[in-house]
Design a protein around this ligand. Structure first.
Ligand SMILES: O=P(O)(O)OC[C@H]1O[C@H](O)[C@H](O)[C@@H](O)[C@@H]1O
Length: 433
């Protein structure tokens, strides 16, 4: 990926970063890079995620998914980091797959039932993913899906792949039924695991080229150097951090490709869970070009100066001509294509923000394919790790999320957790109709 931070400079935007500040920031990046390299070298928790492109063996993944590559539908049961990386890849490349990728990452009963009633379960497969093997939503959904397979007369043990940690309830269940299983690599937090079996099983079942995904990531890894001026990932991480320090507390991720919409969800988890701690962090917002030009852009251009807009723009996309029309005022459209319209709208939006002095950054992908996606996922993870170093937070923990997990478990009678008591202590001020 390439990154253009020109519209984040103080000569264009406010908040913005001056050239002098960029130079000083680069010295901080050099120190942070040393720390990141040491973490990678010693396979420290979290930093190990940046070694994934070299450590993952695609042959293991291919072997595990062998029995289900004929599936018409793959039901991935997982949540957060155990769903969004895979969904980013398979949604981005969905046009090239005959397998429908479904993600059960919510426990809304109507929605889960709707999916299970719609799919032909005889030709479906299950991909259950949980790093901890204890996440209530995932385990509950898996039990529901398993039962639906049994009710349909399908032997779920022949149609299920498990990806989980070395031990835990899901590992026990997998061993008991002798299911094909893969391990979430040690030292890789869920939201940084897209380039492991966690993200690649679904990609492989859907027929995408996981070797090339890993090659794209490995190429991005080679760009990690001690200077933001040589490394697109660090340029993005450092710019986002510096803008946040100057008041851009919100980061609106706005891909200009329908197929990349899910990537903004993945980014939101990465950014929020990794950096949102110690009263610090930038709030990720999700937008989609061109659609949200007609809903959110007003706020981005004229609202509070508390936002960075991040565009993700594929340079090549397929195209379709706009037919000629009999209406004179619309004649200009007939000379164009949908792709040209999309490109023009992006350029106009980017320029409109710059003209109003609103900081924005452009991330360019050559196209939406396996290689570029691998590079994008890796690059954004590296950007996030760098930003975490600059903020001085522990990028790889999420104690605030764990709190709510314990409270939920306590409420369901899954143990004695003091966090559950807080639910009963809620302050009420009800206004009833
Ligand atoms: O993979 P699992 O252990 O099931 O965890 C799934 C998700 O659970 C929690 O909410 C964590 O905060 C996330 O980081 C994680 O991705």
């Amino acid at each position: 990926m390439n990154v253009d931070i020109g519209n984040a400079l103080a000569t264009v935007a406010s908040p913005g970063i001056s050239r002098e500040r960029l130079e000083r920031l680069d010295a901080q990046v050099a120190d942070a890079h040393e720390r990141i390299e040491a973490g990678m070298e010693h396979a420290e928790h979290g930093y190990e995620a940046l070694n994934l492109p070299e450590n993952v063996d695609p042959a293991d993944i291919r072997q595990a998914v062998g029995p289900v590559t004929d599936a018409d539908a793959l039901i991935t049961v997982g949540i957060g980091g155990s769903a969004l990386g895979a969904a980013t890849i398979t949604d981005a490349l969905a046009d090239e797959s005959d397998t429908e990728a479904i993600y059960l990452d919510n426990v809304d009963p109507d929605w889960v039932t709707g999916h299970l009633e719609r799919i032909d379960l005889e030709n479906a497969a299950i991909n259950v993913v949980s790093r901890s093997g204890t996440t209530a939503e995932t385990l509950a959904n898996f039990l529901v899906v398993r039962e639906a397979f049994e009710d349909a007369g399908v032997d779920w043990t022949e149609r299920t792949i498990v990806t989980t940690g070395e031990s835990g309830p899901l590992r026990d269940l997998s061993d008991r039924h002798d299911l094909p299983s893969l391990k979430v690599p040690d030292g890789v937090p869920g939201r940084f695991s897209a380039l492991s079996a966690v993200g690649l099983v679904a990609a492989e079942v859907c027929g995408h080229d996981i070797d090339t995904l890993l090659e794209g990531a490995a190429a991005e890894r080679k760009t990690l150097t001690g200077s933001l001026f040589d490394c697109p990932a660090y340029a993005y991480g450092a710019t986002s951090y510096a803008l946040d320090q100057r008041g851009a507390a919100i980061n609106a991720m706005m891909p200009y490709a329908e197929s990349l919409e899910t990537s903004a969800e993945w980014f939101a988890q990465l950014w929020a869970e990794s950096l949102g701690k110690d009263d610090l962090g930038q709030t990720p917002a999700r937008a989609l070009g061109v659609t949200d030009q007609h809903s959110q852009l007003q706020l981005y251009r004229a609202g509070p100066r508390d936002k960075l807009v991040t565009f993700v723009v594929p340079q090549e996309q397929s195209d379709r001509a706009i037919p000629d029309t009999e209406v004179d005022d619309l004649a200009y459209l007939g000379d164009s294509t949908l792709g040209e319209l999309l490109a023009a709208e992006f350029e106009a939006t980017e320029a409109s923000l710059a003209a109003a002095g609103r900081p924005n950054v452009r991330i360019e992908l050559e196209r939406v394919d396996e290689y570029e996606l691998g590079g994008f996922l890796y690059g954004m993870e590296a950007a996030c790790v760098l930003a975490g170093e600059l903020y001085g937070v522990n990028t790889f923990e999420q104690p605030a999320v764990e709190w709510a997990k314990k409270a939920t478990r306590g409420l369901l009678g899954g143990g004695d957790f003091e966090e559950a008591d807080a639910v009963a202590e809620k302050t009420e001020l009800r206004i009833e109709r």
